[in-house]
Design a protein around this ligand. Structure first.
Ligand SMILES: NC(=O)c1ccc[n+]([C@@H]2O[C@H](COP(=O)([O-])OP(=O)(O)OC[C@H]3O[C@@H](n4cnc5c(N)ncnc54)[C@H](OP(=O)(O)O)[C@@H]3O)[C@@H](O)[C@H]2O)c1
Length: 222
């Protein structure tokens, strides 16, 4: 049993991840932004923690986040603000990651998983400038996390769907672009967080044919 902090716990990926972790017997500190999300998180067995990452970043001091993280085995950053104005996304998807990494370090929590984005997503499809900017913010966050001394793993999923958990994926340092369900992404995060052999690595994820445990075995440095 591990204690895992999930940031963005009430989101599409976050709720599914919380479910996966609880099913494994983990204790989950579920960081969420809106008060009304607490009940749903408590109902599935998580410990809801109301905390707005943007407010914390603006405060400049990661004390509150560090306090939540203290004693945890890992932190998973699954928050994102892709549909918010780009200035908000810059704080939540960008600065927030480096800020959470600082909080993890202050709390002595070494393991840090980040939900990033597949670099090829929607390329050449006439996406608005803000999308390009958003992708740049995601990449900058990866760079900032990879520069830390933490035991980080960056997961870059393809386009996320609301499809069912299939338990079958493609996972690797460089794979062809495709879709993946939030349910399968959550299952992969829950598996990787418990696999110390996957460390200081960037992995791309899409739908595929490999069972999740086999796919994670294949990227783990045993
Ligand atoms: N959509 C795609 O195809 C795609 C592809 C690759 C990667 N991704 C990445 O996947 C991640 C998760 O996606 P998703 O589908 O789960 O998104 P989502 O459903 O929008 O969930 C994101 C969560 O982050 C929370 N959040 C936003 N601002 C916050 C803040 N200031 N403090 C605390 N929490 C905050 C949101 O809170 P509220 O519930 O209050 O809004 C929400 O619960 C994002 O980082 C996204 O960039 C997405």
């Amino acid at each position: 049993m591990s204690r895992i902090v999930v940031i963005g716990a009430a989101g599409g990926v976050g709720t599914r991840l919380v479910g996966e972790l609880i099913a494994r017997g983990d204790v989950v500190a579920a960081i969420h932004r809106r008060p009304e999300q607490a009940e749903q998180l408590r109902a599935v067995g998580a410990e809801p923690v109301l905390l707005d990452v943007a407010d914390e970043v603006r405060s400049g001091v990661p004390d509150r986040l560090a306090e939540v993280a203290r004693g945890a085995d890992a932190l998973v950053y699954a928050a994102g603000a892709s549909s918010a104005p780009i200035d908000v996304a810059r704080v939540v998807d960008g600065d927030g990651v480096a800020f959470a990494a600082r909080a993890a370090q202050a709390a002595g929590v070494d393991r840090f998983l980040l939900v990033s984005a597949f670099p090829d997503a929607w390329r050449g499809q006439g996406m608005p400038a803000a999308f390009e900017e958003y992708m740049g913010i995601k990449k900058d966050a990866d760079v900032a996390l990879a520069a830390t001394g933490l035991d980080w793993v960056i997961v870059r999923p393809g386009t996320l769907t609301t499809g069912a958990r299939t338990g079958r994926i493609a996972l690797g340092p460089a794979i062809a672009y495709g879709d993946v369900s939030r349910a399968d992404l959550a299952a992969v995060l829950a598996e990787i967080v418990h696999r110390p052999g996957v460390s200081r690595q960037v992995v791309e994820l899409t739908d595929g044919t490999a069972p999740i445990t086999d796919a994670v075995d294949a990227v783990a440095r045993l």
